[in-house]
Design a binder for this molecule. Structure first.
Ligand SMILES: Cc1cc2nc3c(=O)[nH]c(=O)nc-3n(C[C@H](O)[C@H](O)[C@H](O)COP(=O)(O)OP(=O)(O)OC[C@H]3O[C@@H](n4cnc5c(N)ncnc54)[C@H](O)[C@@H]3O)c2cc1C
Length: 320
């Protein structure tokens, strides 16, 4: 069976693989047998091997080096290019994170291959689906040159487990002088809340301009916490200083596709929809019955969020 390389994205400090990696392994399986490529300090692969095996990795290429984390994307692109030349895989699938996309671009140049970014689906014949122009256009494309390289948009594919042998194979990592030109000099760990990561959460509660203030975002957070959800925000809410930019959902923010998306005080502009319209169930709370978000919502509540949301939070909490 054809081999498909999958770049494994890991959680910080050896706490397993990210969901995006499981999604990439699942998507890669339609093209062939996935082999995960793990980068990190010595000992990293051992901490994630079982997780990769559970999602069908037939092989694990172990690209470990004491100083690989000291550089940005260039060494990873170099090692992946070397693997593409040696193994002639049928394709390479990479999670569509900012780092993943940069590695994929460099890999495409190094191997003279075609590269499809932010794909939401891959067919067995290699045709990829992309969503363009804020969700208005669905594009089907196929790479015709070199080894097809895909970056897979998060939450587009549901991870499905499948047993894989995850046989380890060590890859020699020699970082060229060219790849050492940009060095990481410091890392500051972002303060994480106890809420799930926005792009990986099964439930997202987002607030918009209708929330009216930073303080009032506690109403959104209260509902999110009662559901074990992540908090998101519209650009208008972010631009008004109600919530930090890293939580923005939409065309110029993050793309989410949870099981349940609750839009509170959000009108439903096309640029917001672009980041959430593939959510499985959409609930909207808005005081304007004509708000465009209701065209998209599966369930809608017309009312003042300051009344509706605390009441919902209270009921959900009481039923737990
Ligand atoms: C290039 C470009 C990129 C963009 N990227 C993004 C993006 O990534 N994400 C994004 O979100 N936007 C983006 N935008 C902005 C987008 O066009 C909208 O301006 C924005 O989404 C509006 O945010 P909103 O729905 O919170 O605000 P509004 O459109 O002002 O809507 C607020 C809503 O709250 C309701 N409301 C008010 N008070 C209450 C209340 N008490 N109870 C219940 N409902 C209430 C109102 O009826 C209204 O529907 C982008 C725009 C451009 C041009």
């Amino acid at each position: 069976m054809a081999e498909v390389l999958v770049l494994a994205e890991l959680n910080p400090a050896g706490t397993g693989v990210r969901k995006t990696t499981l999604e990439a392994l699942t998507a890669a399986r339609v093209l062939g047998e996935p082999s995960a490529v793990v980068f990190g300090a010595p000992g990293t692969a051992a901490t994630v091997r079982d997780g990769l095996a559970e999602y069908g990795a037939a092989k694990v290429y172990v690209a470990e080096s004491a100083d690989i984390d000291g550089y940005l994307v260039a060494p990873k692109a170099e090692v992946l290019a070397q693997l593409v030349v040696e193994k002639s895989p049928a394709a390479v699938v990479i999670p569509s994170s900012p780092e993943g996309k940069e590695i994929a671009g460099r890999l495409a140049i190094k191997t003279g291959s075609g590269f499809l970014t932010d794909v939401t689906d891959i067919s067995p014949d290699g045709t990829a689906t992309q969503v363009a122009f804020a969700g208005g256009v669905i594009v089907h494309s196929k790479v015709t040159v070199g080894t097809p390289i895909y970056t897979l948009r998060g939450n587009s594919v549901t991870p499905e487990s499948a047993a894989g042998a995850a046989a380890e194979e060590t890859v020699s990592v020699s970082i060229s002088e060219q790849a050492k030109l940009t060095r990481v000099v410091d890392r500051i760990v972002e303060q994480k809340s106890s809420r799930p990561e926005l792009t990986e959460a099964a439930i997202v509660v987002s607030g918009g301009r209708g929330v009216a203030s930073a303080e009032n975002f506690s109403v959104i957070e209260g509902l999110a916490d009662s559901l074990g959800a992540a908090v998101g925000a519209s650009r208008a809410a972010v631009d008004s200083g109600f919530y930090p930019h890293t939580f923005q959902v939409g065309q110029t923010g993050k793309t989410v596709s949870p099981q349940l998306y609750i839009a509170v005080g959000i009108s439903g502009a096309i640029q917001h929809r672009a980041g959430m319209q593939t959510s499985k169930t959409i609930v909207a709370v808005n005081k304007d019955p004509e708000a465009p978000i209701f065209e998209l919502a599966d369930f809608g509540v017309v009312g003042d969020l300051n009344t509706v949301v605390p009441a919902a939070t209270e009921q959900i909490t009481a039923r737990k």
